[in-house]
Write a protein that binds this ligand. Structure first.
Ligand code: SER
Length: 314
């Protein structure tokens, strides 16, 4: 394909903020149109867009002659439980409309992020395989799993080229996540630097798969650039970096900030975390597009702490 003209929905979120810059660096400033419900706070092409507004989406695609969409707009696992019908509308119905609008605009290539939230109690917790049991317990998980099925259906039935990764929790210093269950793994770093202590809403030994933002961006671009014929997964690829518990992150951060204290006060997110798996087998990503993460818990922690600074007193 010639240089793609890209639309990123949900560009103001944790991943969008970083992905838009990475895409602009790779394909050129003018090749990437960011879009979000909220006005943009950064430079560059931007369309303010409510993702449930199909006409506005259709107009944005044709106005900017878009050829590829990265569809990040979604409500995450914890926030999504507050209004499950709204979560269904934003995460799934809007995606289905986007698929049809893309199809009628001749756009075949779409990135649709899925999640470890599609797993449930019946999924084996260790080394979770690509093909396994899916009984998600959050509306977020239900919408993302259903979205995977629609993606595979459109790929097979209409020759679309929808690609997807089941994102683990994403750890980043550039932007903070909101409304997820894995948010603690970012908050803990900011609170360690800013306050020297952190109260964690998950229990000490709750283990979840994570990935560091640079690896996640790399994985996303690798998948989107991979030759189509090499791809054997129509739904969404398992991908992981490493697994952590709040305690293992605490101990790792203590190597740099020895007095850092963590206390535990599990809330409703504990139940969500316990319904997910602890580690992921990403065999197909390794086999099909040579995936391998560069960061582990130690190198990620060092890098995170080198980028987070104590805010100046005002
Ligand atoms: N980070 C997401 C969440 O916690 C999982 O994909 O909801």
């Amino acid at each position: 394909m010639n240089n793609p003209k890209i639309l990123v929905t949900g560009s103001g979120g944790q991943i969008g903020t970083v992905l838009v810059n990475a895409l602009r660096e790779k394909y050129g400033e003018d090749q990437v149109v960011a879009s979000d419900l909220k006005p943009s706070t950064s430079q560059g092409l931007f369309v303010q867009l409510d993702i449930t507004d199909s006409e506005a989406l259709d107009a944005a695609l044709s106005d900017h002659k878009i050829t590829v969409i990265y569809h990040l707009a979604a409500l995450l696992s914890s926030k999504g439980e507050e209004n499950i019908h709204l979560t269904w509308d934003i995460n799934l119905l809007s995606y289905l409309k986007l698929l049809d609008i893309a199809k009628s605009n001749g756009i075949k290539k779409i990135f649709f992020p899925s999640t470890i939230g599609i797993y449930g109690q019946s999924t084996p917790k260790q080394n979770t395989q690509q093909h396994t049991s899916f009984e998600p317990e959050t509306m977020y998980g239900i919408t993302k799993y259903t979205g995977e099925l629609w993606s595979a259906y459109y790929n097979k039935k209409y020759g679309m080229d929808i690609r997807s990764i089941r994102y683990p929790g994403v750890i980043s210093y550039q932007s903070r996540p909101h409304g997820g269950t894995t948010d603690y793994a970012v908050d803990i770093f900011f609170e360690a630097v800013e306050k020297g202590k952190y109260e964690c809403y998950l229990s000490k030994n709750t283990k979840l798969p994570m990935i560091y933002m640079p690896d996640m961006i790399r994985a996303t671009l690798m998948l989107m650039e991979a030759p189509k014929d090499d791809l054997t997964i129509d739904m969404s690829y398992n991908v992981t970096g490493f697994s952590v518990t709040p305690d293992s992150l605490h101990q790792e951060i203590k190597k740099h900030i020895p007095d850092f204290e963590v206390t535990y006060k599990p809330d409703h997110r504990q139940q969500i975390a316990e319904s997910w798996t602890e580690s992921i087998d990403d065999y197909y990503a390794i086999k099909d597009w040579a995936w391998s993460p560069k960061f582990d818990i130690a190198t990620m922690t060092r890098d995170m702490l080198s980028h987070i600074t104590v805010p100046e007193e005002s």
